[in-house]
Design a protein around this ligand. Structure first.
Ligand code: NAD
Ligand code: MG
Length: 382
């Protein structure tokens, strides 16, 4: 049976890879595509996939749309269109691939509508993990991770029962500056931070990988996705520069189960669409076992300030409440400030920490309170 999918953030790195997958394997029809500013690419995607709905989320840019639409495609404008279309009865799967906090409302809408959510937008769980997972539980919405580490954990967890899980081991490439001496971190330029050694991704997640804030976000994402008890050390991070082992889980008998594949997001994306099935013929790269491979693992030194993003992620996942929304908003603002040349690379994480540590913590915020707090941090930054 054909599954109908909506791809929110279709023009981005994850969105384009999703279309690569959908264009190669059978069984999926693209019913909705959204883009923010890249009208030319969105138009090309519309021509190729002929969705029922095309959504231009940036209302200002939308005025410049002057392409003819294929017969049967309707143009929708604004973020609220995402919320409406996520709830359309015909949509089976929502691919949440918008970057940043902007992905929150459409992810919540897909959860409310009880859809399968192929979740790339980790920020929606960092900001509203408690709310999103609670709604999903009530409606039966199934959140299947796209983030490669979380996809690996999701796949590895199928080797045992939840009660038999001892811990999740989240791998981190360490980013492009893993081997850079501590005192050179202050001189890192925007161009250097935008180059990742193993992954080819959008600008924001690449920068987050360089500061290790991406792993901070992923720690929090993992806590919510897999309901991990942070006070019982159910989550650990290991540095693994090759990005081949995408993450692991350890069961109580000591067995460690991992998922391995070349760094290529199209495999976790495909898995999130086809789960619980595995299909062949997709566009993903294969492991070449004919060449020698070296896989390295290093335990992060939490006492070293360069790993403070990891520590901050652990603390924030343990605290829950408003800590995640503040961490995310301060991080998005700090990344933008770094790109504009207003702060140094090595000031990003300390700035985020300052916001998380000093904000007026609330343990059980509502969605509306989270959204208001996000706006407050952005307004009052730095
Ligand atoms: P990207 O910058 O390449 O694409 C972002 C998409 O979101 C684009 O389609 C853009 O038009 C849209 N967008 C941007 N701002 C928006 C706004 N304010 N409102 C609505 N739409 C907006 O980003 P990406 O690398 O594809 O990442 C998308 C998400 O997936 C992020 O949350 C990221 O952390 C996560 N992720 C990405 C990768 C990767 O390999 N790229 C891996 C794991 C997780
Ligand atoms: Mg990841």
């Amino acid at each position: 049976m054909t599954k109908n999918i909506a791809i929110f953030g279709a023009t981005g790195s994850i969105g384009r890879s999703t279309l690569d997958v959908v264009g190669t394997i059978d069984g999926f029809r693209v019913l909705a595509l959204s883009g923010h500013r890249n009208l030319k690419l969105l138009h090309e995607q519309v021509e190729q996939f002929r969705p029922r709905w095309v959504i231009l989320t940036d209302e200002e840019t939308a005025r410049e749309w002057n392409y003819p639409l294929p017969h049967g495609t309707e143009l929708c404008v604004g973020m609220k269109s995402l919320v409406e279309i996520a709830a359309e009865a015909e949509i089976d799967i929502v691919v949440s691939a918008i970057v940043g906090r902007a992905g929150l409302e459409s992810t919540v809408a897909a959860a409310r509508a009880g859809k399968r959510i192929a979740l790339a937008n980790k920020e929606s769980l960092v900001v509203g993990g408690a709310v999103v997972t609670q709604i999903a539980q009530e409606t039966g919405a199934e959140i299947v991770p796209v983030d490669s580490e979380h996809s690996a954990i999701f796949q590895s967890l199928q080797a045992g029962r939840r009660a038999e899980l001892e811990r999740v081991i989240l791998t981190a490439s360490g980013g492009p500056f893993f081997r850079l001496p501590d005192d050179e971190l202050q001189n890192v330029t925007v161009a250097q931070a935008l180059k990742h050694p193993t992954w080819n991704m959008g600008a924001k997640v690449t920068l987050d990988s360089a500061t290790l804030m991406n792993k901070s976000l992923e720690i929090i994402e993992a806590k919510w996705l897999f309901d991990l008890d942070m006070s019982r050390n159910e989550l650990e991070v290991m540095i693994h520069p090759q990005s081949v082992v995408h993450s692991m889980v350890e069961f109580r008998d000591g067995a460690v189960i991992a998922q391995l594949s070349p760094p290529d997001m199209r495999l976790p994306i495909q898995n999130a669409l086809t789960y619980p099935d595995r299909v062949g013929g997709g566009p993903t790269r294969r492991t070449n076992w004919k060449v020698d491979q070296k896989l390295e693992f290093f335990a992060p030194d939490y006492e070293n300030p360069r790993f403070d993003a990891l520590r901050l992620g652990m603390e924030t996942a343990l605290r829950g409440g408003t800590a995640g929304v503040v961490l995310n908003a301060a991080n998005e603002m700090a990344v933008e400030a770094f790109i504009r040349g207003e702060i140094r690379f090595d000031e990003i994480v300390p700035t985020v920490r300052k916001w998380v540590d000093t904000h007026d913590f609330c343990p059980n915020p509502t969605l509306e309170e989270l959204i208001t707090l996000d706006e407050t941090v952005r307004r009052e930054f730095p």
